[in-house]
Design a protein around this ligand. Sequence first.
Ligand SMILES: *Cc1c(COP(=O)(O)O)cnc(C)c1O
Length: 407
Amino acid sequence: MVRFTTESESESVYHQLGVTPVINAAGTKTRIGGSLIREEAADAMRAAADEFVQLSDLEAKASEQIAEIAGSEAGYVSPGAEAGLLLAAAAAIAGDDPKTMSELPHPTDAPNDIVMPRTHRTGYDHALRAAGANIVDVGTNDYHLGTGATNVEPWEIESAIDENTAGIAYVQKTYTQPDLSTVSEIAHRHDLPVIVDAAAEVPPIENLSRFVEQGADMVVFSGGKGIRGPQTTGLIAGKRRYIRSIAVQHQDMHVDRRVWNPPSSLIDTEQFDGVPRQGIGRSLKVGKEELVGLIRALELFIEEDQEALVAEWETLAQRMASQLAAAGVETTVVTGGEQSVAPRVVADIAGSQSTLSAAVLVAELQREDPRVYVGEDRIDEGEIVLNPMCLDEDGAAYVVDRLLTHI
Ligand SMILES: *Cc1c(COP(=O)(O)O)cnc(C)c1O
């Protein structure tokens, strides 16, 4: 992955626009451009731009590919993981009812509560509400007290389910409780879907199928993070009944019944007495170029030598850590573990000779040209975090160099 070289710096397209580019030691963060798209995926997008295609045919192709990789019944491509969550909630609420589809986000009589463990609430759940869901959160924040109590017990999720429940939402992180299989069992006892936000959980490749195996009905991943597809893509792996609902609510529906002819794997036209209206997902268009780019990126992602890639990241992390340690900064390399493979370097700025606090240091680095982004999620502890996923050797050396000028 070519991310930064001093020679190409002067040719940066962003500099040409008068916009400052970023050296990314923060990992696959959407607000600084996610990851770098694979060259072959960008080439595929270029080629896709030269011809027309029926978008539903292309979605059906992607659906097959996602199903095969994830071990799900079907799949779908959305314009980002956040959009995938919105579409998943729309499917959970509307099912195959064209009336409810046309009403979203204000369903008049369809159940629209989505139950969530309280500690799974994030800013991203706005997408569920945007589809018309009312989030019912359960549990506590007890785990943080260190008393031994957990945040949510399975009975709390089950007892929140009533006749107005449309589904359960779950955010997948290595530390989330209770385990997904338990939540899926509860949901399925009530014939409800579980929507899983696993946007940033790949690599490892195995996670593409792990959550489907644990019973999730719709799992959402970002196409523009570890997969390194187009930035405006996401994918949903799930059960056919929900993917069909998503397709109807997402595809352009301005068509005459007599010539409405989408692939039957994606939309069962026989199910409807007339063409459904433009759905809530119509505002979340995915272009032919993005679809082709994601299909190509996924092909390459699953073929990738993951062990070699992780070894490369570990080498970069160790090197950054030892360079900082040599300058008197205490560092720890945290390895990812089985479900989250990328290592990170935690550097103790507060304990170093730096006269700047971690927060001021992070802000200073972001003001440079090029901007240097480091992980900021531990600044309250006086630490910064370096993630090697979006760096090459030159980039990693540059980041350490810039850091050391402030220490
Ligand atoms: C990145 C992220 C998203 C949003 O993904 P996009 O592809 O940028 O829409 C949603 N949820 C979580 C947990 C994420 O990390």
